[in-house]
Design a protein around this ligand. Structure first.
Ligand code: NAP
Length: 268
């Protein structure tokens, strides 16, 4: 029996994806910190769709979490043939004033744990010569973002890592998809501490900036998965934006974003 493992399945895009894949009869392994939410979701999905659902409560900001998750799947014989590295956290504000431990935890969660999970789950996929890995980046993967410097750099890492891996994995029959959502109405801003005047400056206020719902984003992900795409940006507006960004020098983009943030914050 094969399973789809989704990190960050207790809320936002990961939760919407879990529901949509459950409806398509994927057996699931749900990962996040909130064990209670995972257990509730697991009961609901099993009852509604008659699928198998396992839960692993883990904090991916800890360096040992990926190995723990992999060992749990081995122990339960949950044979993971689709891995979705979705869990992630943001941060915003002037870098020098942000908490250094929190910035380093962000890097562990958004990059190092993603690399570790990918490495661990790739081994059995290579042996079986089949499997799929999906890494969730962001529009910030395409540009430097002043006042969101560490988060954007972490997503640029995810983009580069994933695009390279797509080619390395091809000879083994393993599909690797880089999926980049734009602004999506989830708990992301609140978890990042930017559900305040910073959201205005970063043009990421859900009430004023154009945003997709997590269900819309998850639907695009499911379609990209079905089409075996190596790369997909969610939302037509974001796809146009990504093309435009590719034509502009990074220094120019960074200067524009910094000025816009400084101007917006000055008005508060
Ligand atoms: N929302 C956006 O505008 C947006 C835009 C572009 C890209 N993205 C990316 O999309 C992905 C999903 O974000 P989202 O918007 O759905 O955010 P969200 O609503 O805040 O959900 C984040 C999920 O990750 C889990 N998580 C957070 N910290 C964790 C940790 N240390 N260990 C394990 N799990 C953790 C959370 O569950 P627990 O709290 O239970 O652990 C939750 O299930 C992220 O990679 C994000 O960077 C989001």
């Amino acid at each position: 029996m094969t399973y789809t493992l989704i990190t960050g399945a207790s809320g936002g895009i990961g939760l919407a994806l879990a529901r949509q894949l459950a409806a398509q009869k994927h057996n699931l392994v749900l990962v996040a910190r909130n064990a209670e939410k995972l257990a509730q979701l697991s009961h609901q999905l099993q009852a509604q769709y008659g699928i198998q659902v396992g839960c692993i409560a883990a904090d991916l900001a800890r360096p040992d979490a990926a190995q723990h998750i992999y060992s749990e799947t081995q122990q339960h014989q949950w044979n993971v043939n689709l891995l979705v590295n979705n869990a992630g956290v943001g941060s915003g504000g002037e870098f020098a004033t942000l908490s250094l431990p929190a910035e380093l935890e962000l890097l562990q969660l958004n990059t190092a744990s993603l690399v570790a999970l990918t490495h661990l789950f790739l081994q059995p996929m290579r042996e079986r010569r089949s499997g799929t890995i999906i890494n969730i980046a962001s529009m910030t993967a395409f540009m430097p973002v002043p006042y969101m410097a560490t988060y954007a750099a972490s997503k640029a890492f995810v983009r580069s890592f994933t695009e390279a891996l797509t080619q390395e994995c091809r000879p083994y029959g393993i599909d690797v998809l880089l999926f980049a959502p734009g602004l999506t109405r989830t708990n992301f801003n609140e978890a990042a501490g930017i559900n305040n005047e910073k959201a205005d400056g970063l043009n990421s206020d859900y009430t004023t900036a154009p945003a997709q719902t997590p269900e819309e984003v998850a639907k695009e992900l499911v379609n990209a998965l079905r089409a075996k795409k190596p790369f997909h940006v969610a939302g037509r507006r974001n796809r146009l934006g990504a093309r435009l960004l590719a034509c502009l020098p990074n220094a120019m983009i960074a200067r524009y974003v910094a000025r816009s943030y400084q101007k917006q914050l000055a008005q508060h």
